[in-house]
Write a protein that binds this ligand. Structure first.
Ligand SMILES: Cc1cc2nc3c(=O)[nH]c(=O)nc-3n(C[C@H](O)[C@H](O)[C@H](O)COP(=O)(O)OP(=O)(O)OC[C@H]3O[C@@H](n4cnc5c(N)ncnc54)[C@H](O)[C@@H]3O)c2cc1C
Length: 459
């Protein structure tokens, strides 16, 4: 097995041996150069080439395609957006918020369509998302989300469930109710990201792996600098490195790397599944601020993901954070707390990775016509479908063939920068600790002592 397979179950089971493609051999000139072989870079390349098959597009990836969050996530391909519908409504008004939510639903279906068209066996399954109120303190949150979707005229996509109705779908402890959202899918992200790379190559795109971009420059001929030479681009350079962009000095404060960690159980027996239910394979979530996301994989495993590994000073990214033992053990305890009938269950894989948090929680796409620098980033841990939308928007902005997508609120905008250290570290660690305290207080029926964090967390 190739050493890259250790980064996630998805890379291990993507059906490829993960031998890196050759690095950039020498300086080259292309139309569009893209930093990052994740979903953002690949979708952008894919739609650029679909619009104009003669375009010369090159992707430069410091490791291998799918090394970043795209090859490590929870497999939710969802119409959920990092900013809540109520907040979108407040920031942009009902019409723009509704259009964005509809575009997100379309992005989910578009991912499924491309998988079918390009023969990408990504196990796309449109099972919806069931958000569970675990305790009465979660019920007002679920009700508020449902009300906000109704105000946007999207109420028919959502169904409020009583505790009994939710329990009929899955037998999780402590359920007080639920919200079912049908326009959501789950998939095998490793197969999607690797399959997309093949689709890009089939359409004439080039991918150079093991090639790190150390600097970028805008201008009439923007360029990337790498150890083996420059890539000069006639039309645009695209920065599609998500959380890793924070490691480039010029972009240090644009996103914050926050770790999301996953533990994966061994396949359950038929008897265990009869006890658990969950036959529709919806993705599951709680309303916790510390984020709980679950997937039932096609081979009958439970994937449980959550936040928790502490933010490191200076936005440090390290493999040691992927393996943060305390967080993985908390996640494994949560599996048993949710499903006590699974005592003795084994966990075969634990991994994690950084997600890119923008200062205002709002993803962005931007193309500067003067510098010819384009970017899409800041998915706040919800990028599997959002990258499809931003990839299409970036392709439109770069090719100049704009549609209504380029007028969505996430197009041609920039998020504010994060604070400088040590302020950033203090603020983020306060938020991380406060989210734990809010969740615990709710479970114990105690008053919350972290009002500021609660306010900031309601994005
Ligand atoms: C554990 C985890 C669980 C998640 N779960 C979900 C989920 O269930 N659903 C969901 O919607 N989202 C989820 N996300 C988020 C989602 O995976 C991301 O938002 C999405 O994959 C971002 O794609 P991207 O291409 O922008 O970034 P990435 O996939 O991170 O790709 C960026 C690439 O750029 C490369 N790179 C960085 N710097 C350089 C450089 N200087 N030179 C060359 N290459 C460089 C990196 O190696 C990397 O491959 C999760 C993320 C994590 C980490």
């Amino acid at each position: 097995m190739n050493e890259y397979s250790k980064y996630s179950f998805w890379l291990e089971t993507c059906g490829e041996n993960l031998t890196p493609r050759p690095p950039l051999p020498k300086s080259i000139e292309v139309d569009v150069a893209i930093l990052g072989g994740g979903f953002t870079g690949l979708w952008t390349a894919y739609y650029l080439l679909r619009t104009n098959p003669r375009l010369k597009v090159a992707i430069v990836e410091k490791e291998i395609v799918g090394f970043g969050a795209s090859g490590r996530n929870g497999g939710w391909c969802s119409s959920k957006f990092p900013v809540t519908p109520a907040m979108l409504e407040r920031r942009y008004g009902i019409k723009a918020a509704r259009e964005l939510m509809l575009a997100m639903c379309d992005a989910v279906d578009e991912v499924g369509r491309v998988c079918a068209e390009e023969n990408i066996e990504a196990h796309f399954h449109k099972g919806g998302i069931l958000t569970l109120a675990r305790g009465a303190h979660h019920l007002p949150m679920i009700r508020a989300s449902f009300d906000a979707y109704q105000r946007l005229g999207l109420g028919d996509q959502y169904q409020l469930l009583s505790a009994d109705q939710a329990r009929e779908r899955v037998r999780v402890t402590n359920i007080s109710g639920g919200l079912f959202a049908r326009e959501n899918a789950s998939l095998h992200p490793g197969r999607l990201v690797r399959g997309l790379a093949r689709a890009v190559e089939k359409r004439g795109g080039s991918i150079y792996e093991l090639t790190e971009v150390s600097r970028f420059e805008g201008g009439s001929v923007p360029r990337f600098g790498t150890p083996s030479g420059e890539i000069r681009a006639r039309k645009a350079v695209v920065l599609a490195g998500e959380s890793y962009l924070s490691q480039l000095p010029a972009l240090h404060r644009v996103v914050l790397p926050v770790y999301s960690l996953i533990s994966l159980a061994a396949p359950l027996t038929e008897m265990q599944w009869q006890q658990v239910g969950w036959i529709n394979r919806e993705s599951l979530a709680s309303c916790n601020y510390t984020v709980d996301y679950l997937t039932r994989t096609p081979e009958g495993r439970i994937l449980f993901g959550s936040r928790g590994a502490p933010y490191r000073f200076g936005s440090k990214i390290s493999e040691e954070q992927d393996r943060h033992a305390e967080t993985h053990s908390r996640i494994q305890n949560l599996v048993l707390e949710w499903f006590p009938m699974l005592q003795g269950i084994q966990f075969t894989h634990s991994w994690g990775g950084p997600v890119g948090m923008p200062r205002d929680w709002m993803p962005m796409t931007h193309f500067d016509l003067t510098t010819k620098i384009a970017t899409a980033r800041g998915y706040a841990g919800q990028g599997v479908s959002t990258t499809n939308l931003t990839g299409r928007i970036l392709a439109e902005l770069i090719s100049g063939q704009r549609t209504a997508l380029s007028a969505l609120p996430l197009a041609q905008r920039r998020s504010p920068l994060w604070e400088v250290e040590p302020l950033r570290w203090l603020a983020v660690r306060y938020m991380q600790n406060a989210f734990f305290r809010i969740d615990q207080a709710g479970e114990q029926g105690k008053p919350k002592d972290a009002f500021l964090a609660e306010y900031l967390g309601r994005h």
